[in-house]
Structure formats: structure tokens, C-alpha cells
Design a protein. Structure first.
Length: 191
């Protein structure tokens, strides 16, 4: 569904929660740079629970190696310094959702170089920032919401529960092929 990229993550529980999110959205997790913990840290695995074995994980030594063969227009960088809200981005399946680490956020050079690809979640109360795993979840599900509303995605879980939806929500679901045929172009092959 989406690629989620974490630059130099610091807290294993956040990475574990994001790994669970990634499995839940059928995505791919990218770890860039050097985390402050071992990827197989028991705290990360505990937060990912029994889904760790299902995780599609890719490691990249740095930002520049990560960028190889990744089109700029598919990058969605998240920061409290973004000048546009995340819902202003028109999501496509397999966009790259890029997050900085928990204490410093995205590296400063990326804030300038990718200002046109930089988005934010609103912070309305007196806090400095959102928790990394909560922000990743909010952004991923905003992307899924957009795909479903546009009719670009009708995942099996959505179709299976359509009878339980409110009538106005049912109207949003368009005619689709069987759930097995709803994979989007560019999707990796099923496991």
C-alpha cells in the first residue's frame, strides 16, 4: 500500500509500532541510516507483536542510497515545519512516507531541499510534536482514506464489511472486481 521510511529511528517501541502498522497496511518499511537500537531489539519486536515475521523490511545506509530509483514526486516528507497539511497531498498507492527521528525530526538539509514535498499534521494544543508512530498511523490512514474515497482502492476488508456501513458510506464504495483482483498497478506480488 505505502512505503514508510524512518530516518535514524531512536526508540525501538515506535519502530515496532510502525512495523505493525506497515504489516497492517500491506506496506514496506524502510530504515535509513543507523537506528539507536538493534533492529531485532526485543522492545521493537514486542511492539510489533506477532507480526514481525510478516514485515517487509529494507535497510538503507543513508538518504542518498535510499533515493536511488525513487521518483521525487512519490516522496511525502512529514515534519511539523511543513507548510501544507497532509490532506493537501493527493496520495497514490506506494507513495514513500518519510519521517525523521523522534528527537530531531527530518535532517535540516531535507527541509530546504524538499520544501515542495514537505507536509504537516496539525498540532492544535501546547505540545512540541506528535509521537512518531501516531503520526505515521495518521498519515498512512489519510492516504488510504483518499484512495478509497476516490475509488482507487477497495480492499477486501472494506468490501467484506460493506453491509455494516452507514448508507452514506456505502455510497462511497464504487463497483469493483472481486477483492482478489483489486491490487493496484505497481503493487508488489502477493507473498
Amino acid at each position: 500500500m505505502f512505503h514508510i521510511a524512518l530516518i535514524d529511528p531512536e526508540i525501538p517501541q515506535n519502530t515496532g509500532s510502525i512495523s505493525r502498522l506497515t504489516v497492517g497496511i500491506d506496506g514496506i518499511l524502510h530504515i535509513l541510516g543507523t537506528p539507536l537500537f538493534a533492529i531485532d531489539d526485543r522492545r521493537a519486536k514486542r511492539a510489533g507483536l506477532d507480526h514481525w515475521d510478516e514485515l517487509r523490511l529494507k535497510r538503507h545506509p543513508d538518504w542518498h542510497r535510499f533515493l536511488v530509483e525513487r521518483p521525487r514526486e512519490r516522496l511525502v516528507l512529514l515534519s511539523k515545519y511543513g507548510r501544507r497539511w497532509i490532506w493537501e497531498h493527493s496520495f497514490q498507492a506506494w507513495d514513500y512516507l518519510v519521517f525523521g527521528n523522534e528527537t530531531q525530526g527530518l535532517p535540516v538539509p531535507l527541509l530546504d531541499e524538499y520544501a515542495d514535498r514537505l507536509f504537516a499534521l496539525p498540532i492544535l494544543g501546547p505540545i512540541r510534536s506528535q509521537n512518531l508512530s501516531n503520526a505515521a498511523t495518521a498519515v498512512a490512514y489519510e492516504g488510504i482514506r483518499q484512495l478509497v474515497v476516490r475509488g482507487d482502492l477497495a480492499p477486501a476488508f472494506y468490501l467484506d464489511k460493506i453491509d455494516r456501513l452507514a448508507p452514506r458510506d456505502r455510497a462511497l464504495v464504487r463497483e469493483t472486481k472481486s477483492p482478489a483482483e483489486t491490487r493496484l498497478s505497481g503493487d508488489p506480488e502477493p507473498r
